[in-house]
Design a protein around this ligand. Structure first.
Ligand SMILES: Nc1nc2c(c(=O)[nH]1)N[C@H]1C(S)=C(S)[C@@H](COP(=O)(O)OP(=O)(O)OC[C@H]3O[C@@H](n4cnc5c(=O)[nH]c(N)nc54)[C@H](O)[C@@H]3O)O[C@H]1N2
Ligand SMILES: Nc1nc2c(c(=O)[nH]1)N[C@H]1C(S)=C(S)[C@@H](COP(=O)(O)OP(=O)(O)OC[C@H]3O[C@@H](n4cnc5c(=O)[nH]c(N)nc54)[C@H](O)[C@@H]3O)O[C@H]1N2
Ligand code: SF4
Ligand SMILES: [Mo]
Length: 763
């Protein structure tokens, strides 16, 4: 076992020019360096060779899809996937002795990086009321404590069950089944803070919350938009798909306030020419947009398409598709023409020529795909922006056919699957009816609490018990000070986790750490060795099977913990065979097959190479919307604005972190080394604000409630971000996101487009 580091890493900022290409040879060496630092060479070999292979370990990183079986490389992973997997496979351990040496208060003062570096959690721990230390507890007593607390609540709605998107389908299904049998729909998840805006916009306009494209579609598109995403760091193998598409003749338009390395040039580390050559240019056109300008951009493109049709009737729009498959076109086309150019140019910061040239590319392309991620969803107007993207696709029939469609690029490896399994506070009646038929109990129908509403309820004392299944809720959620206070008001907080994080240091009166197996590990149950299943961003459900020996013999799998908790809490009330589910996940999958559409014959079909592709009704011409057709919508123009002397801040990921967990203090592609406390600002803005390069500043949030939100001690780094827009890393800047600052209709926190001022610390 490796000794965990005692000391905090030293912070020393060094800035080098941002990189203009992603991946290539350094990516391979960086991945291996991190692997060997964290684990042994043998464990590294086992995990990496099995990663993303048929029947192997599904990468616990992002949700990007694997190529079809037979088309995979021996090394079918990226630099960051290797880091994520080795972060879990580390040989460092957090033991009972560690918790004897460190009080909860002391742990709370350590950085997130340090907490994560301590290694894998090894046995269940409890912090009892009045104590400042975690102490060991048996599984029996830990689950008894939690079950007793749940049973004592006057209403099941006084508990919340949070899920993060790394959780397998089997564990997610068990969790929601337990929560609903217990009597609540309080099932907030990380998706509430991630692609919730996509779900709302797509449901309303297309009748499905999921994307409509496959990898094959991407390979055969003529034009691909990458809007508000940083694939070089966050979905690296998307670059391989784009490389393939480009070889087939596709053109790529990237829309971003930052010229991200992966958007510019890609050197494929899986190919000899990628390691030594110049690589492939990814974006043919880079639109250096203002923060939040995407709604206006797509409004402009739509207006130009309507005008082109008017000039050359019958040549631009797909009239057949519009007539047979859509509703609301007339109203939309009237509204679309009313958007003024001066507003568009103000909101986007682009020139009219740039937008007209992009329009020209659209006209030349038969098959168009729009990909998007957090740069779109995390804005206040994320939902109307995505609705406008749908309008754009509908106009030329770019939906439901090969090489075209909508591609919300998902974050966590199974975030989409968790939703398919029923992790959502507002599951439709059709799902609840199916649960009722299959299990014979009455699931609650009243909508539960999402992440933001759960925090409000905890803050107001309406929630007594919080259970987190994976994730790091305290730092993933907005308004750190408010969220921490809310957690501390709970009677009991419990987390099923693989590694130590901030959420374990912000405790309710009683707190539990329930350590669990990770995806890399062998999962042995009475019914034999188990595998789990996951669903990627392209609706493919497949097997993940761990290969390594568990980090500790005291670990239980997520499914086992949840089934035991359910048994202890429900006391056999519902007749659900929890014990059988725990012994053999196949028994659980047999029941899932009866509840979730598209997963019939689940056990047999999922083990086939490539697994199961869930049907997407849109691709069969079926739209489950209120009109039964794909819906055009009218979206009012809007742009985020910062008053004089302020900037629009986005909170984002570095190349070297997994969400709330920094791996190092570096962000290689952006040329930031040794410190994460930096704010990237356009050089002209630095001058206009009277600051100097590298000056130490506080970021001060401005919000309608007048409360001061301050992130202290950042260096102002000149960076080619668009004018008036700044960027700084999450979770350090989470303190600046007000709890009440949420996206329209989706209630998703606005982690982008925050109004801040930079206050010099010199004076
Ligand atoms: N290595 C690594 N991979 C990850 C993750 C990780 O933490 N680390 N997290 C995973 C998860 S859960 C998710 S959701 C995804 C997130 O993947 P991304 O969405 O790529 O995540 P962010 O780091 O938030 O980057 C947002 C991108 O949008 C751009 N952007 C910001 N505001 C705007 C805007 O107004 N308009 C436009 N057009 N662009 C804008 C930013 O400059 C940046 O390039 O990544 C997943 N993959
Ligand atoms: N300001 C700001 N806030 C954001 C965002 C942003 O861009 N800006 N992004 C949002 C987004 S997109 C997301 S998805 C959320 C992410 O929110 P979460 O998903 O809640 O957070 P993670 O950082 O992914 O959680 C990491 C922890 O998960 C646990 N873990 C890892 N693997 C496993 C496993 O296999 N099983 C179990 N049980 N536990 C495991 C480990 O203990 C680890 O410390 O944050 C959101 N918050
Ligand atoms: S692209 Fe995503 S899923 Fe694929 S190896 Fe990299 S992190 Fe893992
Ligand atoms: Mo996410």
């Amino acid at each position: 076992m490796r000794k965990p580091p005692n000391e905090e890493p030293r912070e020393e900022l060094e800035v080098t020019p941002p990189r203009t290409w992603a991946a290539g040879a350094p990516a391979v060496t960086h991945a291996l360096e991190y692997s060997l630092e964290e684990t042994s060479a043998r464990r590294t070999g086992v995990t990496l060779l099995n990663m993303n292979q048929v029947g192997g370990i599904d990468c616990p990183g992002c949700a990007w899809a694997d190529p079809a079986p037979g088309h995979r490389h021996l090394n079918e992973y990226c630099e960051n996937g290797a880091k994520h997997i080795n972060d879990e496979a580390t040989s460092r351990r957090v033991t009972a002795d560690f918790f004897r040496r460190h009080s909860v208060t002391e742990l709370g003062m350590h950085s997130d990086l340090w907490l994560n570096q301590q290694g894998r959690l090894t046995e269940p721990m409890v912090k009892r009321p009045g104590s400042d230390h975690y102490e060991p507890v048996s599984w029996h007593d830990a689950l008894g404590l939690l079950a007793d607390e749940l049973k004592s609540l006057p209403s099941p709605d006084e508990a919340v069950f949070y899920t993060s998107g790394r959780v397998s389908n089997e564990a997610a299904f068990a969790l929601q089944l337990f929560a609903r049998a217990y009597g609540t729909n309080n099932l907030p998840d990380c998706s509430n803070m991630c692609h919730e805006s996509s779900g709302f916009a797509l449901h309303e306009t297309l009748g499905t919350g999921k994307g409509t494209v496959s990898l094959e579609d991407l390979h055969h598109a003529d034009l691909i938009f990458l809007v508000g995403q940083n694939p070089g760091s966050n979905h690296p193998r998307q670059l391989s798909a784009l490389e393939q598409a480009k070889r087939n003749g596709a053109r790529v338009v990237a829309v971003n306030p930052l010229p991200e390395a992966g958007l510019l040039r890609f050197k494929n580390p899986q190919k000899a020419r990628g390691v030594i050559g110049r690589g492939v240019q990814i974006a043919d056109r880079f639109l250096h947009i203002r923060s939040g300008g995407d709604l206006a951009l797509f409004q402009a493109l739509n207006r130009l398409l309507l005008e082109a049709e008017e000039a050359r009737p019958g040549t631009v729009l797909d009239h057949d598709f519009i007539r047979t498959s859509t509703s609301g076109f007339d109203e939309f086309s009237r509204h679309a023409r009313s958007v003024a150019w001066e507003d568009i140019l103000a909101a986007t910061g682009l020139t009219r020529e740039e937008i007209e040239q992009t329009h020209g590319e659209v006209l030349r392309s038969k098959r168009v795909i729009v990909c998007w991620a957090m740069g779109v969803t995390q804005h206040r107007h994320g939902v109307p922006t995505i609705r406008e993207i749908v309008n754009f696709l509908l106009l030329r029939g770019n939906l439901g056919r090969a090489g075209a469609g909508a591609c919300p690029v998902r974050g966590h490896s199974n975030v989409q699957g968790d939703r398919t399994m029923g992790i959502w506070e507002q599951m439709p009646d059709s799902f609840l009816d199916a649960l009722q038929r299959e299990f014979g109990f009455d699931p609650p129908r009243r909508h539960g609490l999402d992440s933001v509403d759960a925090i409000r309820a905890m803050r107001d004392g309406r929630i007594k018990v919080f259970l987190g299944v994976a994730g790091n809720f305290v730092l993933a959620a907005p308004d750190t000070a408010v969220t921490e206070e809310a957690m501390r008001r709970c009677r009991l907080t419990a987390h099923i986790s693989t590694k130590l994080n901030r959420s374990h240091t912000v405790c309710g009166e009683t707190a539990l750490i329930l350590p669990t197996l990770g995806r890399t590990e062998v999962d042995l149950q009475p019914g034999g060795e188990q595998f789990v299943t996951v669903e990627n961003s392209m609706s493919e459900v497949h097997v993940s099977r761990g290969r390594l020996q568990p980090a500790s013999r005291l670990l239980l799998s997520e499914v086992a913990i949840l089934c035991r908790l359910a048994r202890r809490t429900l006391d056999g009330r519902t007749g659900i065979p929890w014990e059988g589910f725990e012994a053999d996940y196949g028994a659980l999958r047999d029941r899932i097959a009866n509840v979730v559409p598209g997963l019939h014959d689940f056990n047999r079909r999922v083990v086939r190479p490539g697994g199961i592709r869930l049907p997407n009704p849109v691709n069969e011409g079926v739209f489950g919307t209120t009109t039964g057709k794909a819906m055009f919508t009218c979206n009012a123009w809007q742009m985020p604005e910062a008053p004089e002397g302020h900037l629009l801040l986005q909170t984002l990921r570095s190349h070297d972190q997994w969400n709330t967990v920094p791996y190092t203090n570096d962000d290689r592609y952006r040329g930031i080394h040794g410190s994460r406390r930096v704010v990237l600002v356009n050089p002209e803005d630095i001058t206009d604000l009277g600051l100097s390069e590298g000056e130490r500043v506080d970021l001060v949030g401005v919000w309608t409630d007048g409360a001061e939100r301050r992130a202290e001690g950042f260096r102002a780094v000149p960076y080619p971000t668009s004018r008036g827009c700044a960027a700084a890393y999450y979770p350090e800047t989470q303190v600046l996101v007000p709890l009440d600052s949420v996206a329209e209709t989706s209630n998703q926190p606005t982690s982008k487009g925050l109004v801040v001022r930079l206050e010099s610390r010199a004076g």
